[in-house]
Write a protein that binds this ligand. Structure first.
Ligand SMILES: [Zn+2]
Length: 296
């Protein structure tokens, strides 16, 4: 089977599912995908997603290519934002980790974050599904990354910190992933997870054109409530939530492009400013959130 069809909510198991919206894969296939909502726990997820064996074809886009240096304004914004965000991510880890030790990054890409942490004294490891990205991590930073989480072999409690920067929404076996996080994280360890926020102000504004639906590559769409419920199922509690304030500019630019807005750039900048001001006072409406978690 190349398609995964859900009859029950992947989070709470309820069969009371309803249509939430239909979004288009603007990057690769241009196919439509339905997003379902669980009537009992409000979890949102993409229905009829390609199976783990079949989804690789949906990543064959320049957007997801590690070799691709984006050009133009969006490319410049992306590179600048990445630099700022790398610093912010490192600061976030130092703020919550009990000590400098071992760190695992799942969905490590080309290894920019791991390299940053290595320079700060951390013993680092990483998993990355894309072979091209793994090769780049090796050539750019001398990092030897494992493949996906299922092939990686780590000792129980091996890591003081585990990070997933926009990776969890791409992984099919959500509960299997959380089991591994619990197994690999030290008893006093810190888990850091960044995911798009489907209850954000920009998600509401752009509706089915919100770029962070990113169907079918984004399998799960987390609100703060759904995320906390999932974490609790696996013995984790959310101890803090932080904003990723720059994501909204990139997401808004992409969303305006999907809407074919005539003044998309100006509109994206204007709306991003408004979304950011709003999220300063209502963090649960931020475009992307960083969750800091500890074991119960
Ligand atoms: Zn549910």
């Amino acid at each position: 089977m190349n398609i995964v069809h859900y009859l029950h909510c992947p989070l709470c198991g309820s069969h009371r599912l309803s249509h939430y919206l239909t979004s288009t894969d603007h990057l690769v296939s241009h196919n439509n995908f339905e997003i379902l909502r669980c009537n009992d726990c409000n979890f949102l997820f993409t229905q009829d997603v390609p199976s783990p064996q079949a989804i690789g074809a949906y990543y064959e886009s320049l957007h997801y290519s590690p070799h691709h240096a984006m050009s133009g304004l969006i490319g410049s914004i992306y590179v600048m934002a990445r630099r700022v965000m790398l610093r912010r991510k490192a600061q976030m880890v130092h703020l919550y980790a009990t000590h400098t030790g071992t760190l695992l990054d799942i969905g490590a890409g080309c290894g920019h974050f791991l390299s940053q942490m290595q320079k700060r004294g951390w013993m680092v490891a990483g998993c990355e599904q894309s072979e091209t990205a793994r090769q780049m991590a090796q050539s750019l930073f001398g990092l030897s990354l494992a493949g996906d989480v299922w092939s990686a072999q780590y000792d129980t409690g091996a890591f003081d910190v585990i990070t997933l920067w926009h990776a969890m929404e791409h992984i099919h076996d959500l509960h299997g992933l959380w089991s591994r996080l619990r197994q690999w994280l030290a008893a006093d360890g810190t888990l850091v997870v960044a995911v798009p926020n489907c209850s954000s102000a920009d998600a509401r504004h752009y509706g089915c054109n919100w770029a962070a639906w990113d169907v079918p590559r984004h399998l799960w769409h987390f609100s703060p409530d759904a995320f906390s419920a999932l974490a609790a199922q696996h013995g984790f509690r959310v101890v803090a939530i932080h904003r990723l304030p720059l994501d909204v500019y990139y997401i808004s630019l992409m969303s305006e492009q999907y809407r074919n807005e005539k003044f998309g750039l100006l509109s994206a900048i204007w709306h991003s400013l408004l979304f950011n001001i709003r999220s300063t006072f209502h963090i649960q409406e931020t475009s992307s959130l960083i969750y800091i978690l500890r074991r119960w």
